[in-house]
Design a protein around this ligand. Structure first.
Ligand code: UDX
Length: 436
């Protein structure tokens, strides 16, 4: 099938590459000419495990193309995916100007029936808005489909190639058939393609992310309670997670959820509820809890040093909002850096992928270590912020030798408590006993 993907951000790039992988002819279009040139030369602009291999294979085999010319990209395409940004506007509601702008441009260029698929996370009712703007600009027949993505950064290629489910929101029969065919190869294992109307599909995406964010905030509150009553959140997690109805995943307490999706989507759903005069109480609590949770690690540090961390040096392991990505959008690390610097502390940080992105944002206000041990030199304590596998089994003898004090604040609960007792560290994690 001939496909166009408008927007080569994270979602567009993964979508385009993975659609080419099953034999489709895919043209990705982006207004950024420099980026298009770079991609034509086989360079992937983001870090995502497994993507580069598929990307180069499909370019070399002539199935994946790049252009900055929209007309050229959509000319022969039957299906056009829109993977454009929907950043939160000043009022928290998603800003649809990119999506509606592209829809208008596509409509003006169309010479035959086409299926326009919205991949971006958009508020309920957007398909209707896209349809309206297109109708004003073309006499051709078309269908507007909502097809939300559920890709997780770090495993996005796998998530696309073997999705738990594909949600397709359309009431147009032709579009339903075309998309069913397109996604067929990805659900061979038997996972469902769930067909529904556009509005339900748009809401499904927000409901999924908000539910997961709720699960995390709930566990973070359980963790805070654990600390007060002397229970261990890891035990409670195991205890409840083995109940199928609850499930084992997404029950890890930590320093708050971040990333490009959860904070934005929870906020947008709350906003859209408000606009519809519905007071979505749980969502407001989820956001409040997350704000508090981002502060937990710094508060533990300040308390340990009796409120005075001026001139103290901290080693930070991890900057990305989660492992296997270089993404720092809404990363708890940024909040922690701000707070520590504001209190007059120094930071030496190490992250396997995200250091350059942080450097572009905070510059030389912190130092960037060449490896995890280098970060520890002369530090008054170690803070663990992202749970990269690399940090899970460090050489504790080296950690002890390099740190000025044997003190670890762990925002990701990486270490066994007994191990910390045996190694003689002061160890303060989330929702578990403090080892002193
Ligand atoms: C998420 C959704 O999972 C995905 O389906 C959607 O399409 C986009 O948003 P992503 O932002 O890549 O994906 O990250 P995810 O792995 O879901 O983690 C989100 C945040 O929650 C991270 O900050 C992570 O550290 C945190 N988290 C996750 C926890 O604090 N505890 C957990 O148990 C799981």
């Amino acid at each position: 099938m001939k496909i166009a993907v408008v927007g080569t951000g994270y979602v567009g790039l993964v979508t385009g590459t993975c659609l080419a992988e099953t034999g489709n002819q895919v043209t990705c279009v982006d207004i950024n000419e420099k980026k298009v040139e770079m991609m034509k030369n086989g360079k992937v602009p983001i870090y995502e495990p497994g993507l580069e291999l598929l990307f180069n294979r499909n370019i070399n085999q002539g199935r994946l193309h790049f252009t900055s010319n929209l007309a050229e990209a959509i000319e022969e395409a039957k299906i056009i995916f829109m993977a454009l940004p929907t950043p939160p506007g000043g009022d928290g509601a998603a800003d649809l100007s990119y999506v509606l702008g592209a829809a208008k441009d596509i409509a003006k260029l169309m010479k035959e029936y086409k299926v326009i698929v919205t991949k971006s996370t958009v508020p309920v009712g957007t398909a209707d808005k896209v349809t309206a703007i297109m109708k004003e600009n073309t006499n051709q027949e078309f269908a507007v489909v909502s097809n939300p993505e559920f890709l997780r950064e770090g495993v996005a290629v796998d998530d696309f190639m073997k999705p738990d489910r594909v949600v397709i929101g359309t009431t147009d029969e032709r579009a339903r058939k075309l998309l069913g065919e397109l996604y067929g190869p990805y659900v061979r294992q038997g996972n469902p393609i769930v067909f529904m109307d556009e509005r339900s599909s748009e809401l499904t995406k927000y409901a999924a992310n908000s539910f997961l964010a709720t699960k995390i905030s709930f566990m973070n509150e359980i963790a805070n309670l654990c600390e007060l009553v002397g229970a261990d959140v890891d035990m409670v997690r195991r205890g409840i997670g083995s109940d199928d109805r609850i499930g084992k995943r997404f029950l890890f307490a930590g320093i708050g959820y971040g990333g490009s999706c959860f904070p934005k989507d929870v906020q947008a759903l709350a906003k859209s509820s408000e606009e519809n005069k519905y007071d979505f109480k749980i969502l407001n609590a989820v956001m409040d809890v997350n704000e508090i949770q981002k502060k937990v690690l710094v508060e533990k540090v300040k308390k340990y040093f009796k409120g005075d961390i001026k001139g103290k040096r901290f080693a930070m392991w991890g900057l990305a909002f989660k492992p296997e990505t270089d993404d720092i959008r809404e990363a708890p690390a940024l909040y922690i850096i701000d707070e520590l610097l504001a209190a007059g502390a120094q930071i030496s940080a190490f992250d396997p992928e995200a250091a350059n992105n942080v450097k572009a944002l905070v510059g030389d206000k912190i130092t960037y270590a060449k490896d995890q041990y280098d970060a520890l030199k002369d530090a008054d304590a170690l803070l663990i912020v992202t749970e990269w596998s690399l940090f899970r089994t460090p050489d504790f003898t080296q950690v002890e030798e390099l740190l000025k004090n044997k003190v670890i604040f762990d925002g990701r609960n990486l270490y066994d408590l007994q191990k910390m007792i045996d190694c003689g560290f002061y160890y303060n994690s989330i929702g578990r006993k403090v080892i002193a």
